[in-house]
Design a protein around this ligand. Structure first.
Ligand SMILES: Nc1ncnc2c1ncn2[C@@H]1O[C@H](COP(=O)(O)OS(=O)(=O)O)[C@@H](OP(=O)(O)O)[C@H]1O
Ligand SMILES: Nc1ncnc2c1ncn2[C@@H]1O[C@H](COP(=O)(O)OP(=O)(O)O)[C@@H](O)[C@H]1O
Length: 273
């Protein structure tokens, strides 16, 4: 996709996470598309074979704007603006950054859908990243248990990370049980209207329990796992999600479900800048 001139270089660099939500719940940028060109070398990208012009070139590498703020326990902080903005990254990628939030019981098919969707979008040349609950608990969230406040913190962190990916212009697929409505709604409120797409895996407990691919329901029923979602811990289904999958009469294979989500994204204009 990227044809670089001999001495040109394009990198997606992860900058230090300075971002916090301001009062407008503005998207935060920590992924910066950095372009370095030497001499007359040029880089080509996108359909026209050229790097899109920056929306606003202000001749400096960044500046701190606005008054000092206090956000949570962080005092005397200032927002740092960069000349490369979300809109520029989106034009580079020819897509719009957003969060596909997949919620449902354990065994409802969240991870399977996330991977099938990632694959479909990849085949369309779209950049995605999957944040899977199980996987994120291997690293960033390894300090969290399954008690209610830790699940809330799990969702909050993944919501913030997903917001950063969306700000990077990436289609971020977050697949977590995320059992509590209030936590999912808090993640929704971090993003601009429309950029949070809640996908509910509407698969009954009976079906999930019959699948039981990890044997966890069996352990929970035997009392060997306490506080298991659906057994002795609650799951609150969404009231107003964008997409509901898994009901009788709709395409229920992972591929059909992924196609439903792709069609939604296409219809809403997320697959073009
Ligand atoms: N008590 C309890 N309740 C529910 N799930 C449990 C529990 N203990 C371990 N697991 C395993 O952890 C996976 C869910 O992690 P999540 O981060 O998605 O959960 S949550 O959103 O914080 O509720 C979940 O993975 P999935 O089956 O992919 O959903 C389980 O394998
Ligand atoms: N659409 C589907 N139809 C039938 N079985 C599915 C479907 N999606 C996933 N599965 C199966 O259900 C089990 C749980 O899927 P998984 O994606 O791991 O769920 P979750 O991430 O919600 O725990 C796996 O054995 C998987 O092969």
């Amino acid at each position: 996709m990227i044809a670089a001139g001999a001495k040109s270089m394009l990198g997606l660099l992860i900058a230090s996470p300075k971002g916090v939500s301001d009062s407008n719940s503005r998207s935060v940028g920590v992924l910066r598309a950095c372009v370095s060109m030497e001499g007359s070398q040029t880089m080509s990208h996108n359909k026209n074979g050229s790097i899109p012009e920056l929306k606003a070139v202000n001749g400096h590498t960044g500046q701190k704007q606005g008054p000092l703020s206090t956000v949570g326990n962080s005092t005397n902080i200032k927002w740092h603006e960069c000349p490369v903005e979300k809109v520029d990254r989106q034009r580079l990628l020819d897509q719009k950054g957003c969060v596909i939030w997949v919620t449902g019981l354990s065994g409802s098919g969240k991870s399977t859908l996330a991977c099938a969707l990632n694959q479909k979008l990849y085949q369309k040349g779209k950049l995605c990243y999957v944040l899977d609950g199980d996987n994120v608990r291997h690293g960033l969230n390894r300090d969290l248990s399954f008690k209610a406040e830790d699940r809330a913190e799990n969702i909050r962190r993944v919501g913030e990370v997903a917001k950063l990916f969306a700000d990077a212009g990436i289609i971020c697929i977050a697949s977590l049980i995320s059992p509590y409505r209030i936590d999912r709604d808090a993640c929704r409120s971090l993003l601009p209207e429309g950029d949070f797409v809640e996908v509910y895996m509407d698969v009954s407990l009976e079906v999930c329990e019959a699948r039981d691919p990890k044997g966890l329901y069996k352990l929970a029923r035997a009392g060997k796992i306490k506080g298991f979602t659906g057994i002795d811990d609650p799951y609150e289904p969404p009231l107003n999600c964008e997409i509901s999958l898994g009901q009788e009469g709709t395409g229920t294979s992972p591929i059909e479900m992924a196609e439903t989500v792709v069609a939604y994204l296409e219809h809403k204009g997320y697959l073009n800048a």
